[in-house]
Write a protein that binds this ligand. Sequence first.
Ligand code: 3HC
Length: 310
Amino acid sequence: MSFLTLNIFRSFSSSSVMNLALKNVTVVGGGLMGSGIAQVAAQTGHNVTLVEVSQPLLDKATSNIKKSLERVAKKKFNDKAQDSEKFMKETLDRLKTTTSPSDSVKEADIVIEAIVENIKVKHDLFKALDQAAPKSTIFASNTSSLSIAEIASVTNRKDRFGGLHFFNPVPVMKLLEVIRTSETSDDTYNKMMEFGKELGKQTITCKDTPGFVVNRLLVPYMGEAVRMLERGDATARDIDIAMKLGAGYPMGPFELLDYVGLDTTLFILDGWHEKYPENPLFKPSEMLKKLVSEGKLGMKSGEGFYKHKK
Ligand code: 3HC
């Protein structure tokens, strides 16, 4: 089959069978967020390529995806073992892995970056991807705290660049924040919104502002909870109980800090504090800094505000 015939076949089959706006999805970064995004995209019929820097990291991401898929399948198919196996197999068949970012984007309709929150590392990645990807490919970042326009600034496709911000655990959390910069085109924005719906997410739109909607509210809230603990107003456990039973939150702020990672929250606060030193809501707490410096990062390290089984 020639390349042209293959492409016609692919677009025919994708538009007639599933009619997906963006069928070929590349996810760069196989951590908690990246593997969750890759899983949900594969679950919903997209061809996914997951990129990591090494094979052991790809193996770890694949193993996490399998574990999470089993939970999804259990919920979706209850006791129907055959349907469950079919769903798992079909999803995993749509998931490919590679350590080469440039190769991964050759046929991508959309690239979602979920790597370390470091602007220089993101710039290096997007410069390389911009050279390797077709002109039509949309680029998106899952950054939780950096500016999308600043990330996009090194590419020649600022009109085809936006933010897609997912929430942990990605297979469970229903929200997707879609971020458009002043240069994101209507076509790119519409395709990102459509893509979010294809993933089964409820989309909302936010301007390219620090933390978008959720983190802009959630991170200062968690920071204030730590300051409350520092002042000795209440214990971590009692603050958690208060917010769960008094405000109906599924987790208290300290459970959430341990779940998201203390280092992640501190990193976000540090970055915002540096940019907006006059804003008291972004002031990092000494207690958070101390715990992170001791390696107490939350669930992933076995201890944060609470002790966890690894
Ligand atoms: N994959 C697949 N399914 C999963 C899962 C995963 N990783 N984690 C949980 N689930 C499923 C479980 O299988 C279970 O399904 P069931 O209802 O059929 O039994 C269901 O979700 C509930 O899970 P659990 O019974 O284990 O536990 P909980 O009822 O306590 O729910 C939770 C866990 C969904 C994590 C809930 O506590 C919650 O919503 N917590 C708040 C999470 C939150 O706020 N996330 C946002 C963080 S901020 C962020 O991500 C932004 C970033 O930029 C920092």
